[in-house]
Design a protein. Structure first.
Length: 544
C-alpha cells in the first residue's frame, strides 16, 4: 500500500524531461521526506482508531465513559450535521444521543452565562412587587379638556383623596391632600390638556381647584414608542434613505421579506422594535468579527474566535475598542466631513450613525426592563434632540420641560420620589420592570377585551360594573390553574428563533463591508444632505 495515499500526502512530482541528475537527487530527497511524514501520519491514524475502538467498548460497558462521544456530538452540533446522521453515529457508538447533546449545550450555556452580567447601573429601583388597585371605569369622554378634569376628580374620589375645605369631604374616610402632591402618569396629549386646565385655573383659591397638587409624569412606554417612531422616521420612512444598498430598508428585506411595504407605511411599534434589535445584533456580530480578525488573522470567523476561549478581560477590552471604532461621535463625524469628498466614506459614516442610534434604543429598553432609572434619565437628552430633528416637536418640548423640572426645579426629595416611581414591577422579579402606562394599557385589555363579557353582555354598564374586579379574576385564574395543575395556560408566545436570519443578514453585511473605511465610497443615502440621518446628526450633540 502506498504510504503517501494512506497518509493523505501531496501528489508526486513528475520528473523533468531533461533528466538532470541534480533534479533527480532533489526529487528523491523530497520523496523520502514525504514517505517519512506519511508513515508518521499512518501511526497517528492507527492510534486514533485504537482510541475510537477502546472508547466504543468503554461506553458499551459504562455509559458515563463517553468523553470521545461527547466531543463528537458537540462537534457535529456546532457544524450543523443533520439529526439523522447524528442518530446513526450515536447508534454506532461514535456519538452521544441528540437529547444528551442538547443538555450539554444548555449546561455549558448556563455555566458561561453567569459571567454575562447586566450593564453597570447608575440608579436602580429596588426590586419589589407593585400592587395595584383597579378603579372603576368611567363613561367620560377623555378627548376633551373637561373630560380629563372629570377623570382626575373621579379617580381622586374613588381613592378617598380630597380637600377638607370642600363640603363633600368625609373626614372619616377621605385623606386631605392640601399639603401633598399626587403623581399622575399619562401620555403627551393628557399632559397638554392638564397644562391647559392649570393655565385657566390660576385664579382659583384652593390648591385642588388649581390642580396644584398634580405632578405629571410622562409615560415611559409611550416615550419608548416615540423613540422607535423617531428611528422609523430617520432610517426607514424617507425615500432617499432606502436607496443605499446597506440601508436599514434593505436589511428589512432579509429580516421581514413579506413586510417591506408595511414597514414604510404604518409598521406599528412592535415591528420597528424587533427590526431595530435584530439589525443591531447582526451589525455588532460583524464588528466583533472585524475586531477579532484584526487581533489575530487566524480568528477569521467568530466561531474560531470562540474556540480560542478568550479571557474575560480581552472581551471587555475588545468591546471598548469596538465602541470607539464603529460607533459615531460628533467629533469623529465632523472630522470625516471636513475631508475632501474623494477621501470620505459615506457608507461607513451612515453605518456608524445607525449603530449609535440603534444601540441607544437598545440601551433604553435594557434600562427600563432592569429598573435602572438613572440610565433612562440619561437617555432623555439625546432623544430630545432626535425628536426635534424628526419633527416630533411636542415630545421634544415636553421631555425637555420634564427633565428641567426633575434636575433643577423639583426639591431633591421630590425628584428622588419621582425617579423611584417612573417604573413599576407587577411580578416582583428581576428584569421585569414596566412603565406605569404599560400597566394601564394592560388593564384596558382586561377590562375592554378579556373580561368584557360576550355577546349581548358586553355592554358599557357591564364593563363599568366588572372593571374593579379584573385583579380578582386574574388571581382566581392563577389559583385554579395551580390547584388543578393545568398546562398550556400561558398566552405568551416564545421568541422566534432568528439564528439563521441573523446569520444571513450578517453575511450580507460582511459582503457589503460597511464597517471598513474605503476612501471615496459613496452610498445612496447621504449623511450631509437634507435627509433624516443628517438632521439627527446635526441636532444631536456629542453624548456617546
Amino acid at each position: 500500500m502506498d504510504l503517501g495515499e494512506l497518509g493523505g500526502d501531496e501528489p508526486h512530482f513528475e520528473d523533468d524531461d531533461d533528466g538532470d541528475e541534480e533534479d533527480d537527487g532533489e526529487f528523491d530527497k523530497r520523496s523520502r521526506k514525504r514517505q517519512r511524514r506519511a508513515g508518521e501520519r499512518n501511526v497517528a491514524l492507527q492510534h486514533i482508531k485504537t482510541i475510537v475502538i477502546i472508547s466504543i467498548c468503554l461506553q458499551n460497558t459504562n455509559e458515563r465513559c463517553n468523553c470521545l462521544q461527547g466531543w463528537m456530538g458537540f462537534f457535529m452540533k456546532s457544524t450543523g450535521v443533520p439529526e439523522k446522521v447524528i442518530e446513526v453515529m450515536a447508534h454506532a457508538g461514535l456519538s452521544v444521543s441528540l437529547s444528551t447533546i442538547y443538555n450539554m449545550v444548555t449546561s455549558i450555556s448556563k455555566e458561561i452565562s453567569h459571567k454575562l452580567d447586566e450593564p453597570e447601573t447608575i440608579q436602580r429601583i429596588p426590586i419589589h412587587k407593585t400592587n395595584q388597585i383597579p378603579c372603576r371605569s368611567m363613561n367620560i369622554k377623555q378627548s376633551t379638556t373637561d373630560g380629563n378634569v372629570e377623570v382626575l376628580e373621579n379617580l381622586f374620589h374613588q381613592g378617598g383623596i380630597g380637600d377638607k375645605s370642600e363640603v363633600n369631604f368625609n373626614a372619616e374616610h377621605d385623606v386631605d391632600m392640601t399639603e401633598h402632591v399626587i403623581l399622575v402618569h399619562g401620555d403627551l396629549l393628557t399632559k397638554e390638556r392638564v397644562d391647559s386646565v392649570r393655565n385657566s385655573r390660576k385664579i382659583e383659591h384652593t390648591p385642588k381647584n388649581r390642580l396644584q397638587y398634580v405632578v405629571f409624569l410622562p409615560g415611559l412606554f409611550h416615550y419608548k414608542m416615540a423613540c422607535a417612531d423617531a428611528l422609523w422616521r430617520t432610517y426607514i420612512h424617507p425615500k432617499e434613505g432606502r436607496e443605499d444598498e446597506n440601508s436599514l430598508y434593505q436589511h428589512i428585506g432579509i429580516l421581514r421579506p413579506d413586510e417591506t411595504g408595511k414597514m414604510v407605511s404604518k409598521p406599528g411599534f412592535r415591528r420597528v422594535h424587533d427590526v431595530v434589535h435584530h439589525d443591531i445584533w447582526a451589525s455588532m456580530l460583524d464588528c466583533w468579527r472585524l475586531e477579532a480578525e484584526s487581533r489575530n488573522t487566524e480568528w477569521s470567523t467568530l466561531e474560531r474566535f470562540a474556540t480560542s476561549k478568550p479571557v474575560w478581560e480581552d472581551i471587555i477590552n475588545m468591546s471598548r475598542v469596538i465602541v470607539k471604532k464603529f460607533i459615531a461621535t460628533t467629533q469623529d463625524l465632523d472630522a470625516a466631513r471636513e475631508q475632501p469628498p474623494l477621501q470620505r466614506d459615506k457608507r461607513f459614516e451612515n453605518q456608524t450613525l445607525r449603530n449609535r442610534d440603534e444601540l441607544l434604543y437598545v440601551d433604553l429598553c435594557q434600562a427600563m426592563n432592569t429598573g435602572d432609572i438613572g440610565h433612562v434619565e440619561a437617555s432623555f437628552l439625546p432623544w430630545i434632540h432626535m425628536f426635534k430633528a424628526t419633527g416630533k416637536h411636542k415630545y421634544a418640548s415636553q421631555m425637555s420641560r420634564f427633565l428641567t423640572n426633575l434636575q433643577f426645579n423639583y426639591p431633591a426629595a421630590l425628584s428622588n420620589i419621582v425617579r423611584m416611581n417612573l417604573l413599576c414591577n407587577p411580578t416582583g422579579k428581576p428584569f421585569a420592570f414596566r412603565a406605569v402606562d404599560w400597566v394601564v394599557e394592560r388593564n384596558n385589555l382586561y377590562t375592554k377585551v378579556i373580561f368584557r363579557g360576550g355577546g349581548p353582555n358586553g355592554t358599557l354598564d357591564h364593563i363599568i360594573k366588572e372593571s374593579p374586579l379584573i385583579e380578582v379574576y386574574r388571581n382566581c385564574h392563577v389559583t385554579m390553574e395551580n390547584a388543578f395543575h393545568l398546562q398550556h395556560r400561558t398566552i405568551r408566545h416564545a421568541a422566534p428563533d432568528m439564528t439563521k436570519t441573523i446569520q444571513k443578514l450578517a453575511a450580507r453585511i460582511k459582503q457589503k463591508n460597511p464597517h471598513t473605511k474605503k476612501e471615496g465610497r459613496r452610498s445612496g443615502g447621504c449623511t450631509d444632505g437634507g435627509g433624516g440621518v443628517s438632521k439627527v446628526n446635526n441636532a444631536v450633540e456629542s453624548f456617546v
